[in-house]
Design a protein around this ligand. Structure first.
Ligand code: ZN
Ligand code: ZN
Length: 207
């Protein structure tokens, strides 16, 4: 039985002046990673996202990156798809308000509980422009690369968590600084390719 939607904590991709992350050769087994306590209920499934930002090919490339990941038996998992539907519950948009003042990308999830398990009903991705944050297609001085930020946020939209808590001094993954799901965003920088840690963090959710 689906209950009323409610917004829980969002997850943001914060900009830090310097990467404070220490990369340690730690276990990247299925158990040793951060995870949300929710997921999409139906997998495989197609998830339509309305893209309200003009840089659609960068968003499509980010979608293609996750869509290429198969489950452990080689089958497709969740398929991200762009839609123009005005009633779409999943969206990607710019956000200029101060609510996410320190965030770069931000993903807000709505969830429901069914048979004691928590599931996602919709995801809203924001590229935050507050306080002069700017975006570009590709690495550019002072700007955040849209494909990099959207690939990261789409990971959250698929329920993939960061490789470590923001500000933590160690990581679950030895490829920390290369991971798309690294929690720190940087200007004039691209990080668009999933590491095996990123992929397996997704696969274990829907295994
Ligand atoms: Zn994040
Ligand atoms: Zn990490």
């Amino acid at each position: 039985m689906k209950r009323m939607l409610r917004f829980l904590r969002g997850v943001f991709f914060g900009a830090l002046a310097f990467g404070m992350v220490v990369s340690l050769p730690m276990d990247v087994s299925a158990a040793a990673r951060l995870a949300f306590d929710y997921r999409w209920q139906v997998c495989p499934n197609t998830l339509p996202f309305r893209c309200d930002i003009p840089e659609k090919s960068a968003v499509q490339s980010a979608m293609n990156t996750w869509n290429a990941v198969k489950d452990f038996s080689g089958k497709s998992m969740l398929t991200l798809q762009m839609t123009t539907s005005s009633s779409a519950s999943n969206t990607i948009s710019y956000y200029s308000g101060s609510r996410f003042d320190t965030a770069v990308g931000y993903t807000d999830e709505a969830t429901y509980t069914s048979n004691g398990k928590k599931y996602v009903s919709s995801m809203k991705i924001y590229l935050c422009t507050y306080n002069g944050k700017q975006y570009s297609v590709g690495a550019k001085v002072n700007c955040f690369d849209i494909q990099t930020i959207v690939t990261h946020e789409l990971g959250h939209a698929l329920c993939v968590m960061h490789c470590h808590k923001q500000g933590a001094s160690s990581c679950f993954s030895s490829t920390c600084t290369s991971n798309v799901m690294n929690p720190d965003a940087h200007r004039n920088f691209t990080r668009r390719t999933l590491t095996s840690y990123d992929k397996s963090s997704y696969q274990v959710i829907y295994d």
